[in-house]
Design a protein around this ligand. Structure first.
Ligand code: ADP
Ligand code: MG
Length: 615
């Protein structure tokens, strides 16, 4: 009988391989992001359209590829990451199988642009269904951009199996988060259908987690750390009381790679024994570093499962390290990581005082409030010194104890004096209304006042910052882990010049190096996740130079920070928050204009309203 076995043509082989590697748009996202990480990029952008069905693009500033490599990379088993079998056991890269790009190109339209730093020109390649359509030299920035369109155009069955956009989008976000969480030293941004979904500045593990999962995550985390010969473990586990019904935030990273492991999950659950309500699931973010030769990553095409040499030992170490951390937390519930949530959510009211190790302040003190700390809002307030500071005299004339909005009197301004109705509205009646998440409306004696929430809060913060800068009494919140932020050389120069002024607002700089600052303390009304934005905007505002006089310097800083931090249009405010904003606004020296001289509120008299009805 004649022989019947034939070698499959490359494009068929590639399509088959693609079936393993590329299950859905999210798989492409993972492979492209990992290639960018392997290319030593420090800035990676992911751009998605229609949950990846129309476009998946990854742009990096990594090493790029030579002309030859830019063609070769689409071949199957073409990789720069390993050379021989032994290399499989000393892997320091995400990729090594050399099949992702061949697979993706086999089932989509791909446009690649790449340039190496030392080259004048880069290469622009278009490849569709594995066929090279064009290759041209092009003027490009350093790095690589991959745009993948029409995924599964030649495999209709696959295309039809894709789930709804919401589901596919969720998978993409999952992959993005996993890679971003493993690499806090890389700046990641993600856009979906033109809008920015994530912007994750370079930071540390804790900060990266907080930036991804919101500021509230910070206070839920308990640090875990353990060093042994076979495993170095660091990361965070969630406090038991924050455990959830579903297994949302559970992550293992082994040598910077997200992996799934039922066995290690079991070890974590064992550590929580007796601490969880039936069936509830703790969060965990655990980073394991093991000698590369003790694991095998090549047991699954997507590399999310790993075989460990000594699984039992890892299990035991993991369990006891986590138990220890949780134990410490339970025995000493007021360790310093147990921060006051007030600091993270500016508009939350807590009857709890946090302790601040360095500076003695009474954060709750508010000259306009009664002695309940819950009135403190997010305005910094200061320990009342024996001798009253001058700025307090700004507020003479305000009643202090048990003050109600309705009883407030104002001396600053003709409009604001006795603005609010006295004793007319009963206590239970709602006094403020938020409309369109933009304005706060409140009845007043003569009619009503409409307050622009953003401008009002800018005013409140501006005066608060200015006061703390001139009085030199800023309170500061200590960070458990100092935050490292990178800046360009000119930006670092500016920061160095502004250092003392910024310290007066509550910043504590542990170090200022050539290209980065280490921040170990923040002003009380700035959260960790806001900090890079605040500084970036400040630097932008000061691009044209720092004002000479220290007053205008302080003024510029206070304005810039007020603008960055003020609640924005579109933010929902609870009734209490609305009331406090109104309250704080009219306690300001110049309540009627924002720091940028825009009106903060308008009033409408009953006559004005009557007139409108008389037509
Ligand atoms: P692997 O990552 O397993 O090596 P891939 O098919 O993903 O295989 O990529 C093939 C090769 O193409 C890589 O080994 C690398 O040399 C090169 N490459 C891919 N993406 C990039 C990128 N973003 N920047 C620079 N080189 C890249
Ligand atoms: Mg790869």
């Amino acid at each position: 009988m004649s022989s019947i076995i034939q070698l499959l043509p490359d494009h068929v082989a590639n399509q088959i391989a693609a079936g393993e590697v590329v299950q859905r748009p999210a798989s492409v996202v993972k492979e492209l992001l990992e290639n960018a990480v392997d290319a030593k990029a420090t800035d990676i952008k992911l751009i998605i359209k229609d949950a990846g069905k129309s476009l998946i693009q990854v742009i990096d500033n990594g090493v790029g590829m030579s002309v030859t490599d830019s063609r070769l990379c689409f071949e199957r088993h073409a990789t720069s990451k390993i050379r021989q079998a032994e290399d499989l056991f000393s892997l320091h890269t995400k990729g090594f199988r050399g099949e992702a790009l061949a697979s993706i190109a086999a089932i989509a339209h791909v446009e690649m642009k790449t340039k190496q730093d030392q080259e004048e020109l880069g290469t622009h390649i278009v490849i569709e269904g594995g066929k090279f359509m064009s290759q041209e030299p092009a003027v490009l920035p350093k790095g690589t951009s991959f745009a993948v369109k029409n995924l599964f155009f030649n495999i209709p069955a696959r295309r039809n199996f894709l789930k709804s956009e919401t589901v596919e989008q969720r998978h993409i976000v999952d992959e993005f988060q996993r890679v971003a969480m493993a690499h806090p030293n890389i700046h990641f941004t993600m856009y979906h259908n033109g809008s920015e979904m994530f912007n994750l500045p370079i930071s540390n593990f804790r900060q990266r987690i907080v930036n991804i999962f919101s500021g509230k995550t910070n206070e839920k985390l308990v640090p875990v750390k353990e060093e042994t010969d076979i495993l170095s473990l660091q990361g965070f586990v969630g406090k038991p009381e924050f455990s959830k019904k579903n297994r949302g935030e559970q992550f293992f990273f082994v040598n910077d790679r997200f992996i799934k492991s039922g066995y290690l999950h079991h070890a974590v659950m064992a550590a929580y024994e007796g601490l969880l309500k039936d069936g509830s699931q703790p969060s965990y973010f655990l980073y394991l570093t093991v000698p590369p030769h003790t694991i095998d990553i090549n047991i699954h095409p997507t590399k999310t499962e790993i075989k460990f040499d000594d699984e039992h030992a890892l299990y035991a170490i993991l369990r006891s390290a986590i138990k220890h951390s949780l134990g410490q937390f339970n025995v000493a519930p007021v360790l310093d990581f147990d921060r006051d949530p007030n600091l993270d959510t500016p508009y939350q009211y807590q009857n709890k005082e946090a302790e601040y190790p360095t500076i003695q302040v009474d954060r709750s003190y508010n000259p306009f409030a009664d002695d309940k700390p819950s009135k403190s809002f997010s305005t910094p307030s200061y320990k009342k010194p024996e001798a009253q500071p001058n700025w307090e005299s700004l507020y003479v004339g305000l009643k202090q104890a048990g003050q109600e909005l309705a009883e407030m009197t104002f001396e600053n301004d003709a409009v604001t004096s006795s603005l609010f109705e006295e004793n007319e509205v009963e206590q239970e009646v709602k006094r403020t209304y938020q409309i369109h998440k933009k304005y706060i409306v409140s009845p007043i004696k003569s009619g009503m006042v409409i307050i622009n929430q953003n401008r009002a809060h800018e005013r409140v913060l501006y005066e608060a910052f200015l006061t703390s800068m001139t009085v030199h009494q800023a309170s500061s919140q200590q960070l458990l882990f100092p935050l490292q932020l990178y800046f360009s050389a000119p930006e670092m120069d500016l920061l160095a010049e502004l250092k003392s002024a910024l310290e007066n607002t509550g910043f504590v700089f542990e170090a200022m190096e050539v290209d980065h600052v280490m921040i170990s303390g923040l002003p009380v009304n700035v959260t960790e996740s806001e900090i890079s934005i605040v500084l970036e905007e400040l630097l932008r505002d000061l691009q044209d130079g720092i004002p000479d006089s220290s007053f205008s310097q302080n003024d510029t800083i206070a304005k810039s920070m007020a603008r960055s931090l003020a609640i924005k249009t579109g933010t929902y405010l609870t009734e209490k928050e609305q009331e406090n904003l109104v309250h704080n606004l009219f306690a300001c020296k110049e309540p009627d204009v924002s720091p940028f001289q825009k009106p903060t509120f308008i009033t409408m008299s009953v006559e004005d309203i009557d007139k409108k009805f008389s037509v």
